[in-house]
Design a protein around this ligand. Sequence first.
Ligand code: PGA
Length: 255
Amino acid sequence: MVLGNWKMNGLPASLGMLTQIASAAGEQAPLIGIAVPHPMIAAAAAIAPELVIGAQDVHERRSGAHTGCVSAEMVKACGASFAIVGHSERREQFGETAAIIRDKVRRAQEAGLRAVICCGEPGSIRQSGSTVEYVIDQLAASIPPDTDAASLTIAYEPCWAIGTGATPSQHEIAAIHDAIRIWCSREYEAPSVIPVIYGGSVDPSVAAELVRLPAISGFLVGGASLKTDQLLSIIHACHSGQPNKLSEQTSFQSS
Ligand code: PGA
């Protein structure tokens, strides 16, 4: 799968890009999802029904006096199929704790959204050589114990690789993805239903290299998801080799 994260970018006029992506993606395209800003979710879902549309965040409560916030149920009703939860920018800029993120995963899943839970280490942790322990601890703390594995995706995004043009080596990425998969197999009865995707400065050449790693199920793409040609090149790098109908997105629909 290729998931785009537009962050705080784009306007309704930018949504035409989604129809271009849908029509140029091709028969063998992977599942394509775009997390647009909240005000554009409904329009994005209407303009590009071939794609899955997501939210970049949801609130940890179902409803109430939380001025300026948006609930999982709201984004679901507007046409979202997934929600990114626990992105490092939310953790850093908004002080989101693991306990808050756990509740966000719960709210997303109970609303019928796939929760795309982000994890990843800061540069200092990488330098200390404790990336695997840090990321596994982060996942264990941020995913509710009773989570619905069939509605979960794990995105490994090293903080120091986001928006910097720097990426870990293939060896580092393979090691951490393997560790995440081993952890999932201890925690969940059907761990193979949980896609583990990589994010952090993914561009077409990074995608073409990393897509060969068996432990990688796809990518979460920030900056490059704002450019039609870049995103299409990433999608083409991920062609599955099997006919795939973009409309068959059952794994991203609510159960
Ligand atoms: P980037 O962002 O691709 O611009 O590094 C990734 C992300 O934050 O999800």
